[in-house]
Design a protein around this ligand. Structure first.
Ligand SMILES: NC(=O)c1ccc[n+]([C@@H]2O[C@H](COP(=O)([O-])OP(=O)(O)OC[C@H]3O[C@@H](n4cnc5c(N)ncnc54)[C@H](OP(=O)(O)O)[C@@H]3O)[C@@H](O)[C@H]2O)c1
Length: 333
């Protein structure tokens, strides 16, 4: 595929990242209906396609595919120069049943999981470690000081916080405590954000802007809704795994969301771009967004999505999208 994704600065860190990141949540993931979304071979082909388009920013997590996602990325990376890639992973969710220490951000779990993450990815360091969710049970100073050790030891370069919690005040409190102790602060966030899930607009986004925190949103295509493959009347297409997910239809196939999709489609028709490309171009043009983390189940989908790197929105088109009707939003934690 002839395309060379640009790079952008990651907030006020010194790191540059691809303008579209590739998300690997679906590697080794079984849907509720028991279907494997992305097997090892497809995962490697998707990574090839992303690399072929100039992509160098890969997002994973310790629990994706119960470790298969990191493992498959590690295998793929072993044949490449690791230094050319920016790798992000996450820790929080339980990794063993009936063990209160095998989950959350307590020191024991964080340390053990970072060892496993680096081992599976076959790398000495992570560029970004995200806390996958906020831990209300573990004292803030315990996990901040542990994360700081990871950075000071060189095993992690930057810290990120995923999802809407921590909200702006939690993030402010955490970074203030880090500042008082000379610990590494969170310099990146990874919330959900797309044209039909806009709950981070307002205080959260303003806080990140004011502090120079880079935002790398997940589900920029609303898990496929913004690709335009769902219609008001139809039953969901059979080649969709989102429709396997409990609650997804009620949450996404709403009249408000279809009205937003109408605007996305209209802008796409003017530009000769697909709805997915318009939805991603919106992120690329958004002054507060660093790089969306896009997902794809097939190489064709990924190649279509990455072509968003060539789509330019006029100021008027950006405004139309921003003002499109959307919501009501659920405040996903
Ligand atoms: N921090 C967090 O808590 C969190 C949460 C969720 C995700 N993430 C990260 O964000 C990444 C992206 O999330 P996501 O997968 O929900 O993103 P997304 O880009 O909103 O949705 C991707 C899905 O939409 C469908 N799709 C994508 N491109 C398409 C196209 N061109 N045509 C038709 N269908 C298309 C595919 O599913 P079907 O073909 O099955 O419809 C694909 O798997 C994840 O991989 C993960 O790295 C993080």
């Amino acid at each position: 595929m002839s395309l060379d994704l640009d790079t952008v600065a990651l907030g006020t860190t010194g790191l540059s990242v691809s303008e579209i990141a590739f998300g690997t949540w679906r590697f080794g993931r079984e849907t509720a209906a028991g279907n494997l979304e992305t097997d090892r071979e497809t995962a490697h082909r998707l990574l090839d396609a992303y690399e072929g388009a100039g992509g160098r920013f890969i997002d994973t997590a310790n629990v994706y595919g119960e470790g298969d996602s990191e493992h498959w990325i590690g295998e793929w990376l072993a044949k490449r120069d690791r230094e050319e890639f920016v790798l992000a992973s996450k820790i929080y969710f339980p990794t063993r049943e009936n063990d209160p220490n095998a989950g959350g951000l307590n020191r024991k779990h964080l340390r053990r999981q970072l060892d496993l993450v680096l081992d599976r990815l076959d790398t000495e360091y992570l560029d970004i470690l995200f806390v996958h969710r906020w831990d209300e049970q573990t004292p803030l100073r315990e996990f901040l000081s542990t994360l700081d050790r990871f950075v000071k030891s060189g095993r992690v370069h930057y810290l990120g916080a995923s999802t809407l919690r921590p909200d702006a005040w939690r993030l402010a409190r955490a970074n203030e405590l880090a500042r008082q102790h000379g610990w590494e602060p969170f310099s990146i966030t990874q919330p959900r954000y797309n044209l039909v899930n806009r709950e981070i607009e307002g205080a959260y986004m303003e806080f990140c802007r004011e502090r120079g925190i880079g935002i790398v949103p997940w589900s920029p295509l609303a898990q496929g809704f913004l690709t335009g493959k769902y219609e008001r009347e139809d039953s969901p297409p059979t080649d969709s795994t989102a429709s396997d997910t409990e609650g997804w239809r009620d949450r996404y196939l709403t009249e408000e969301n279809f009205k937003t999709l109408d605007v996305v489609r209209a802008v796409g028709e003017k530009l000769g771009a697909t709805p997915a490309q318009v939805a991603l171009a919106y992120h690329r043009h958004h002054p507060d967004i660093t790089a969306p983390i896009v997902g794809a189940r097939t190489v064709d989908q990924l190649e279509e999505n990455l072509q968003a790197g060539t789509v330019s929105l006029s100021a008027e088109q950006f405004d139309r999208l921003e003002e499109a009707e959307a919501g009501p939003f659920d405040n996903l934690l």
